[in-house]
Design a protein. Structure first.
Ligand code: ATP
Length: 348
């Protein structure tokens, strides 16, 4: 007789979320990113139990940052994969990453590499509603716009063939803990989670409990909802900005003239932008700078370009960084020529 998994309300919720949001397809090959902590263990158990309904092929991937305090986690996760009879893939960092940010970047690269070499179309992570609330606060303090505050999204493309999916953004950390307890899942206690020198940990352990006690007992839920509302707003605005940008960059005899004169530079028709709302103007200009110079523009750089939409002929920005296309001998700036805002290059 086949042992049916014990079904909980959380199983039903995640199953419905996957259906409703169309996050994962049936029969797909899915790589679960497992750190060994409560969230990714909870996710693995849920997907394993849902697997007969969806026909997925599941596997576990773990990234070893080679931090001394992490010694033993990789073996622990491998043992879990073995017990659940799932394929296990391990990537070990070539060198020890220092910052949280660098570790995260390496981790996503490592996961992408595993997925590409074993033909997985999805990587799933155990991010929760609590992570969403923390990320929102973290980015708010650093001065992010709506894009930073939408924080974690349900899915995004890592490469044209690979999606990152976060199926548990409506589940709280308290719930994943409860779930792991009730199924006696072997959680690895991450010692870094106690270290208050990491901003995220201080937000989780001090700031959120403070807000909960003194301002709103449901603060986590409220912040996660704000993140979700902003996610939909950002998606809509980005799409509208892309449409407007293609109009402003449409090839006309005038623009051909400019591109012939300056074959490597980009131009944008400012007349098309003039009557657009400021929110769209800023987004178009950010996309334009990103595409032309391969940079993530700052607030000030975007503001300088926004000013050019109505500025007199020949107005220009101060020097702009060249990102991937920079060399020590060149610098860039944007200048108004008639109806056009043009990115120009000067040789120093
Ligand atoms: N070492 C690891 N190996 C594999 N997966 C990991 C590892 N660390 C984290 N993950 C995955 O990422 C999820 C989030 O982990 P955590 O919150 O620690 O990372 P984070 O740095 O905040 O991530 P992000 O920047 O994506 O928000 C985990 O639930 C797990 O799915």
């Amino acid at each position: 007789m086949v042992n049916r998994p014990v079904w909980t309300p959380l199983h039903t919720r995640v199953h419905r979320t996957l259906q409703h949001r169309q996050l994962l397809k049936r029969q797909e090959r899915i790589l679960i990113a497992v750190s060994g902590g409560q969230d990714s263990l909870c996710l693995t158990k849920l997907l394993l139990d849902l697997q007969p309904k969806w026909g997925w092929q599941l596997a576990i991937a773990h990234c070893d940052h080679r931090w001394s305090k992490d010694a033993g986690i990789a073996d622990h996760v491998e043992q879990i994969a073995h017990n659940w009879q799932l394929p296990f893939y391990l990537q070990i960092a070539d060198y020890v990453t220092q910052s949280e940010g660098a570790a995260r970047e390496w981790r996503y690269q490592a996961l992408t590499k595993i997925a590409a070499s074993h033909s997985y179309q999805y990587i799933v992570t155990g991010h929760t509603k609590s992570d969403r609330a923390e990320t929102l606060i973290y980015n708010l303090i650093r001065g992010a716009g709506a894009d930073g505050l939408q924080a974690l999204t349900w899915q995004r493309s890592l490469t044209p063939d690979l999606q990152l999916v976060r199926p548990m953004l409506e589940v709280s950390r308290a719930e994943t803990f409860q779930f792991c307890q009730s199924f006696k899942l072997p959680i690895w206690e991450d010692v870094y989670n106690q270290d208050l020198s990491y901003a995220r940990n201080r937000i989780r352990q001090e700031l959120l409990p403070y807000l909960q006690t003194h301002f709103n007992p449901q603060v986590e839920q409220a912040l996660a909802q704000t993140g979700e509302l902003l996610r939909a707003d950002v998606e809509y605005l980005e799409q509208a900005a892309q449409n407007l940008r293609s109009q402003a960059m449409a090839i006309t005899p005038e623009s051909i003239n400019y591109t012939q004169q300056n074959s490597d530079l980009s131009s944008l028709n400012r007349v098309v932008l003039r009557d657009a709302p400021l929110a769209l103007q800023r987004r178009v200009l950010r996309q334009f700078l990103q595409a032309a110079l391969s940079i993530a523009p700052t607030f000030e750089q975007i503001e300088q370009l926004t000013f050019l939409i109505t500025a007199p002929n020949r107005s220009r920005t101060s020097s702009l960084p060249g990102g991937a296309i920079a060399s020590p001998k060149t610098s860039f700036y944007a200048e108004v020529e008639g109806n056009w805002i043009i990115i120009k290059k000067t040789d120093l």
